[in-house]
Design a protein around this ligand. Structure first.
Ligand code: SF4
Ligand code: SF4
Length: 302
């Protein structure tokens, strides 16, 4: 079979990605990523013959983001992560049928957990790959954001041995920076701050302040609840803890993933960037949570 022009096959793969569920798709060359990723967790570590990384994005339902029930909102967002994996898997299978080995990088869990307490790591940073693939930039909120959806978008990717035409990095700045600063000011726990980077101001997130609210029903909440049961000397109180609402929530997070991440999203909800229509109530909800610290605590802190 004659070798097809790289531009033609690139267009075919991109079109296929959109047809099987991606809202956005971009491509970065592995060679470039090996140079710019500042850690050892680069594409060739996982696939030695890798040539290209295809970055895909799917936006959550903007109606769900504005939902007044956080579990319902988060259920919808968990579906986005699952859809990203399904879409990435279909792209990978499509490329393998063309004869090129390809691997899937999960959009959410599972992650590599490293040593306990050191945090969750993706096998490659989806947000950095998305930026290098021309889909957007990293804003002061430290998330990757796109002109179409602002920071209200999730990313997945595949690494393939197929050589594809890389996309240019986006030159236009889309984060409004310190003249806006809404995300930094709105974070109810003060987890976001601004530092001076080599190319200007950059956002910094203090994960210890953010994570408990973003992962309301995550591992730490489950472990603390189990610990409380184990150390409780009174048996009747121990049983109360066992049959409490908290146990129910933790069980539900195990079977649905609701609450294991992405619960508080005030810094994302409040961002003015993005063309996709969203309900007015989204910003109102973010402002209300920001202003009422007691309501915030009630909603997210376990
Ligand atoms: S998710 Fe919530 S706690 Fe975390 S940085 Fe954003 S606003 Fe702050
Ligand atoms: S809220 Fe403003 S400063 Fe923060 S990411 Fe969005 S545009 Fe940038």
């Amino acid at each position: 079979m004659a070798k097809r022009p790289i531009g033609e096959i690139t267009q075919e793969i991109k079109q296929y990605a959109l047809e099987v569920g991606a809202d956005l798709v971009g491509i970065a060359s592995v060679e470039h990523l090996e140079r710019v990723i500042p850690t050892d967790w680069k594409p060739r570590r996982w696939l030695k013959e890798g040539k290209s990384v295809i970055s895909i994005a799917i936006a959550p339902l903007h109606g769900s983001l504005a939902c007044t029930d956080d579990n319902l909102k988060n259920y919808s967002n968990q579906k986005v992560l699952q859809s990203l994996d399904t879409t990435a898997f279909r792209i990978a299978k499509h490329i393998e049928r063309l004869g090129y080995p390809t691997i899937l990088i999960p959009a959410g869990p599972p992650t590599d957990l490293h040593e306990p307490g050191k945090g969750m790591w993706g096998w490659i940073s989806q947000r950095h790959v998305a930026v290098e693939a021309g889909l957007g930039e990293i804003g002061l909120n430290t998330s990757a954001m796109t002109p179409q959806y602002g920071p209200r978008v999730y990313f997945g990717s595949v690494i393939t041995t197929l050589d594809l035409e890389p996309d240019p990095k986006m030159e236009k700045k889309i984060c409004l920076g310190e003249t806006c600063n809404l995300c930094v000011e709105a974070c109810p726990t003060g987890a976001l701050s601004v530092a001076q980077g080599s190319d200007g101001p950059v956002g910094v997130v203090d994960k210890r302040k953010c994570q408990p609210n973003a992962q309301s029903w995550g591992l730490m909440t489950a472990l603390r609840h189990i610990r409380d049961m184990v150390v409780e000397p009174e048996q009747s109180r121990q049983l109360d803890l066992l049959f409490s609402e908290k146990t129910w929530h933790i069980w539900q997070s195990f079977i649905t993933h609701v609450g294991i991440d992405g619960m508080c999203g005030v810094c994302l909800d409040i961002c003015p960037v993005g063309k996709h229509p969203r309900p007015h109530s989204l910003k109102e909800k973010a402002l209300a949570v920001h202003k009422d610290k007691a309501a915030f605590k009630e909603r997210y802190c376990r």
